[in-house]
Design a protein around this ligand. Structure first.
Ligand SMILES: [Zn+2]
Length: 250
């Protein structure tokens, strides 16, 4: 049974990762894909997830599949150019975004992209989630900037994210959705949950017509606590100040 399901996918030599690690990652993508779907963070065939297997290979979800109904054998392995090296299905059209993040952030092992409704609502309203309204969000993510719009499935999309990827672990994508990433699939997924939860809280403050952001001193204390708490594991600076997209000449 084991060989029957997975054997055809392991056509390339295994290098820095073991077969059991790859199997674990496949199952994690299935699990967190299902959670994205169950929580309504994706609809239909939306969203994609990936894991960096080693310095040359990315394990990623295929295109045209519900994230709530994937199996471990559905995943695709691509090289750093996005060319398929294993798997029967076609790779997600958003592979360019994943490759950009892996290239820019050597500390990142996993990426989750979804369209959670409240956070995506902010992204469609042109509103970044940059107000320091909730202490734990400041600790975990700094703020969540808004990248300008880029057509899905084109290099334009990855380009819009480029200024933010070195500094943040969660980015709103204008008129589109959210991308989050971390050192494990679980952490990348949890950041997606945090973004959506924070968006709901921010929405409530908008409904109440009042916001009471943390002061600069409080934010500084949280930044200090974050450095202590996460230690050397955190490489992104996540500044609260970088809230507007820099002017870019394309
Ligand atoms: Zn999308």
């Amino acid at each position: 049974m084991r060989g029957q399901r997975l054997e055809p996918l392991f056509v390339t030599p295994l290098r820095e990762y073991s077969m059991s690690a790859e199997r674990k990652y496949r199952e994690e993508i299935v699990r967190y894909g299902r959670m994205l779907h169950e929580r309504g963070f994706v609809a239909a065939m939306d969203g994609n997830l990936s894991v960096r297997l080693d310095s040359e290979r990315i394990l990623v979800t295929p295109t045209c599949i519900s994230k709530g109904a994937m199996r471990a054998g559905d995943m695709v392995i691509v090289d750093l150019e996005g060319a398929r090296v294993a798997g029967r299905r076609n790779v997600t059209s958003e592979i360019g975004m994943h490759l950009l993040i892996y290239r820019t952030r050597p500390d990142i092992t996993a990426i989750v992209h979804a369209h959670p409704p409240t956070a995506t609502g902010f992204a469609a309203a042109g509103l970044p989630l940059t107000e320091p309204l909730v202490c734990e969000v400041v600790m975990g993510l700094g703020c969540i900037p808004l990248a300008r719009y880029g057509t899905p499935g084109t290099s334009e999309l990855a380009k819009t994210l480029e200024p933010y990827v070195p500094h943040y672990d969660a980015i709103l994508m204008s008129n589109h959705g959210v991308v989050t990433y971390g050192d494990t699939v679980e952490h990348a997924y949890m950041k997606m949950e945090t973004v959506e939860h924070f968006a709901q809280i921010a929405l409530v403050t908008h409904l109440l017509g009042r916001q009471q952001p943390l002061t600069g001193v409080d934010v500084e204390k949280l930044m200090l606590a974050r450095t202590k708490y996460f230690g050397g594991k955190m490489t992104a600076s996540m500044p609260m100040a970088m809230v507007r997209e820099p002017e870019k000449v394309s």
